[in-house]
Design a binder for this molecule. Structure first.
Ligand SMILES: [Zn+2]
Length: 310
């Protein structure tokens, strides 16, 4: 009899804990403005995607509480923002040496990494007749290898990071080794100003017209940023980098799985706070299209260069 009660108690406790797994982040009251920040993007501004590859994984390895039997693709995509003051590339996706770079990952990541690659972003642009001199900078959402790999074809383009990420690249260990190698002579840092943006205390408005606004979202790396884009049509996009790997992370308030957090998130509490913040933005302003860097479905909705979103 007692044995059964003990078993039943264990099962109930396990079910109780499991029920909380996907919802471990409490949605906090975040002070948000009543309307989206003002922006006056130039008529000729355009946004497009440059897909460079895909990693095949499962929902279980993508977010806490994900179904192990559900396949999820991780996009490796650079985003081109064409602007009359200068074009910007947000992250690079895979470069030419991706096969060798994968061999440098921790063994566990190598074993769970199955990927396809296409053509590096810079080569796609050149093939389409794009002049790389129009590109005035690569903005990194953060400096992990899969976001900087394509810098090997962009040796003359400044790489823009906040001072915190610059420090992570120069003093960092293995997680920023490739960024250190590929951006050493063209890394440039920028500073945020103390001006609120959608509840974030600081921002960097790249062209001063509200069309490309970066806000600090430290946690995944010390200098991770979110990129808010406002298009001439009024459409709003939020590039979330690796804050979450799939949109479910925001909609279900589910951080990355435990093992992934141990391997790559620098500050898990800060990541949870930023997830709660973005989730609050998503609820109040559902018109903002959220784009986690590796959510293949979300990123796949962007037109591929030379097609553009305006
Ligand atoms: Zn990544």
């Amino acid at each position: 009899m007692w044995r059964w009660i003990r078993w039943l108690t264990l099962v109930l406790v396990a079910l109780f804990i499991a029920s909380f797994l996907p919802w471990s982040i409490s949605s906090q009251a975040i002070a948000l403005p009543d309307s989206l920040p003002a922006a006056s993007p130039p008529e000729s501004m355009r946004v497009s995607a440059l897909p460079t590859g895909t990693m095949h994984s499962s929902a279980m390895l993508a977010f806490r509480g994900g179904n192990p039997l559900e396949n999820r693709d991780f996009s490796m995509t650079a985003v081109l923002v064409q602007h009359p003051r200068g074009d910007l590339l947000i992250d690079t996706g895979f470069g030419r040496e991706v096969d060798d770079q994968v061999k440098l990952l921790p063994l566990l990541m190598q074993l769970t990494t199955d990927y396809d690659k296409t053509t590096p972003a810079a080569e796609q642009l050149i093939t389409q007749g794009y002049d790389l001199k129009s590109l005035v900078g690569v903005i990194l959402t953060h400096a992990h290898w899969d976001h900087v790999s394509g810098l090997d074809s962009l040796r003359n383009t400044p790489v823009l990071v906040p001072t915190t990420e610059q420090a992570f690249i120069s003093d960092g260990g293995d997680n920023s080794a490739l960024a250190r190698q590929l951006s050493a002579d063209h890394l440039k840092s920028y500073a945020f100003v103390n001006k609120p943006y959608l509840g974030f205390a600081q921002q960097f408005d790249v062209w001063g017209d509200g069309s490309v606004v970066l806000v600090p979202a430290p946690g995944h790396t010390p200098g991770s940023v979110l990129v808010f884009l406002t298009l001439p049509s009024g459409q709003r996009l939020a590039l979330l980098g690796d804050l979450v790997w799939q949109l479910d992370g925001i909609t279900q308030l589910a951080e990355k799985p435990w093992i992934a957090r141990q391997l790559i998130d620098e500050d898990t509490d800060a990541v949870r706070d930023a997830i709660a913040h973005v989730s609050a933005i998503a609820k109040k302003f559902p018109q903002v299209k959220l784009l986690p860097a590796h959510d293949a479905k979300a990123m796949g909705s962007l037109p591929v260069y030379p097609s553009t979103l305006r």
